[in-house]
Design a protein around this ligand. Structure first.
Ligand code: MG
Length: 276
């Protein structure tokens, strides 16, 4: 059905710098609040950035023609910083994150500008986007639905029901991304479920076109999506690092849901600023 346009002018250097700024902003948001999931936001940041700044198509007035859903809603900070960059949310919105009187909570909520559905109760995003993509297709709308899932989320049965249905409905206007950081909440996915891998083979067996890439590599993400044949739903498995960019957060389960102390915050800022 619909193919994402290969927009000229993608600037990978600018994208990396943008993600560096996003990580610093997420760290800033974490100070003074306790309900933030920094490491899950850092692991999916390049996926979310690639989708919003390159893969989602825009109307002439700058509004989005396509749809985005962050099914791993606990990583909401990754979406909020992008929406702030785009001017869809403002600085005051983000400064009120998880604070009394603020509009933005731990998980994306329906009714917030730029948020299509409440997510965070895992396993709902893919079924919802199957419905959205089907509705668009039935109405003949030229719209692509993008949805980002976590790897731990794939243990929800509803994900596999939706995964079975989407190819049957030939939802070529649906693109799913799995943030495969091999961690789920406080455990390592491959240890909690030793038969979890290979994910790619399982997805393909359900009838999806699928590829696996480095989920922090903008170019790999964008090229894989743009190279899809477009005859069926597409799933991109992005291998990522939970807490990417901060040494003491990377692959450390305690950082699933925790705010840095002032000293930890300063170290994290320094590491991100100094990273090549
Ligand atoms: Mg995970």
């Amino acid at each position: 059905m619909t193919k994402v346009e290969n927009t000229a002018g993608f600037d990978v250097i600018a994208a990396r710098e943008r993600c560096r700024r996003f990580r610093l902003r997420i760290l800033e948001l974490s100070q003074g609040v306790s309900a933030i999931h920094i490491a899950p936001a850092f692991s999916c940041l390049e996926l979310v950035d690639s989708i919003y700044f390159h893969l989602m198509r825009r109307n002439a007035n700058g509004s989005s023609r396509d749809t985005f859903l962050l099914s791993k809603g606990h990583g909401s900070a990754s979406q909020y910083v992008v929406l702030e960059e785009l001017g869809i949310l403002n600085r005051a919105d983000l400064d009120g994150f998880c604070k009394a009187g603020g509009r933005l909570g731990t998980h994306p909520d329906y009714g917030i500008s730029g948020i299509e559905a409440a997510t965070g109760s895992l396993g709902h995003g893919l079924p919802m986007t199957v419905g959205m993509a089907l509705a668009d297709k039935l109405q003949g709308l030229d719209r692509v639905v993008h949805v980002v899932l976590s790897d731990g989320e794939l243990q929800e049965g509803s994900v596999w029901e939706a995964m079975m249905l989407a190819p049957t409905l030939r939802l070529s206007n649906l693109i799913a991304y799995v943030d495969l950081n091999d961690f789920q909440s406080l455990g390592q996915t491959s240890k909690v479920h030793p038969n979890f891998y290979p994910v790619l083979d399982k997805v393909r067996a359900f009838g999806w076109e699928a590829e696996e890439v480095d989920g922090h590599d903008h170019t790999a993400i964008i090229c894989a999506v743009q190279a899809r044949k477009g005859n069926s739903p597409f799933m991109l498995i992005g291998r990522t690092v939970k807490g990417k960019g901060v040494s003491y957060m990377e692959n450390a389960p305690i950082w699933h849901y925790r705010s840095p102390s002032p000293a930890e915050y300063q170290q994290a800022v320094r590491e991100i600023q100094e990273a090549a």
